[in-house]
Design a protein around this ligand. Structure first.
Ligand code: NAG
Ligand code: NAG
Length: 207
C-alpha cells in the first residue's frame, strides 16, 4: 500500500493536469485588450452593432443564415477568447454537419425548436430536440448539425464560443467543394466517380 502522502500528491498532480486541459484555448494576452494599429479605443471599439438587423421588422431570411461576431467582424474580441453567432433557421432549414476546431459551442434556443446532434470520436451520435429556452453544448472539434424540422415556424439560436476565432469546417463543402480527387472520394465513400461528380455539382456556381 502506498503512503497517504503519495496518494495526495498524485491527486494534486492529476487535478492540475485536468485544469491544464480544460483551460487549453486561445493564448492568454499580456495586456488588457488588443487594439489594431492606428485605432484609438473608445466605447464604440468595444461595441458590435452587426446583430441589430435581427430585430428589424423587415428581417426575413429564405435559407439558413449565420451572423458572426468573431475577431474578424468585431476586432475588440482579439485576445478575449470569446465570440458569438446568431443562427437563423427558416422553416425546414439546416445548418449542415460541421466542426469548430478551436472551441466548444454553447447554443441557446431563443425561438422555435431545433433538432441538434453531434458525433463523438467513438462514432456515437448524441441528438436532442431543443425547445425555446434550451441550451445545448457541442463539444470542441466534434462534427455537429442543427435542423429546424418545422416547415412553417422559424427558429433562432444564439451560440457562444470559447475562442475569438473558433473556425468552421463544413463537412459537405470540405469534401465536395474542393478539388479532392474524385477517385479518392469514390473510394472513401465506397461508391463510383459518377456519384461523386453528381455530389460536386451541387456546389458548382449556379449558371
Ligand atoms: C429594413 O429596416 C432597416 C431599419 O430597421 C432599414 O435600414 C433597411 O433599409 C430596411 N431594408 C429594407 C430592404 O427595407
Ligand atoms: C464553393 O466554393 C467556392 C469557392 O470557394 C465558393 O465561392 C462557393 O460559394 C462554394 N459553394 C457552395 C455552394 O458552398
Amino acid at each position: 500500500m502506498s503512503p497517504p502522502i503519495f496518494k495526495v500528491l498524485t491527486l494534486i498532480i492529476s487535478v492540475f493536469a485536468i485544469m491544464q486541459i480544460s483551460t487549453a484555448g486561445d493564448p492568454d494576452i499580456l495586456t488588457d485588450f488588443i487594439v489594431p494599429p492606428n485605432t484609438i479605443p473608445d466605447g464604440n471599439f468595444f461595441t458590435f452593432t452587426g446583430f441589430r438587423v435581427i430585430f428589424s421588422p423587415n428581417n426575413t431570411v429564405s435559407d439558413f443564415k449565420v451572423l458572426k461576431a468573431t475577431k474578424v467582424e468585431f476586432p475588440a474580441l482579439d485576445g478575449q477568447s470569446v465570440s458569438y453567432a446568431i443562427l437563423e433557421f427558416p422553416g425546414g432549414s439546416i445548418n449542415p454537419p460541421h466542426t469548430h476546431p478551436r472551441s466548444a459551442e454553447l447554443l441557446f434556443t431563443v425561438e422555435g425548436s431545433l433538432q441538434v446532434g453531434f458525433v463523438d470520436t467513438t462514432n456515437k451520435l448524441f441528438t436532442q430536440t431543443l425547445q425555446t429556452g434550451d441550451l445545448f453544448v457541442f463539444p470542441k472539434g466534434l462534427v455537429h448539425f442543427q435542423h429546424n424540422a418545422d416547415p412553417q415556424k422559424p427558429a433562432l439560436a444564439i451560440s457562444a464560443f470559447g475562442s475569438a476565432s473558433a473556425g468552421t469546417v463544413s463537412i459537405p463543402s470540405t469534401l465536395f467543394n474542393t478539388t479532392i480527387d474524385d477517385n479518392v472520394l469514390a473510394l472513401a465513400f465506397k461508391t463510383d466517380v459518377a456519384t461523386i461528380q453528381t455530389l460536386k455539382k451541387g456546389f458548382a456556381p449556379k449558371a
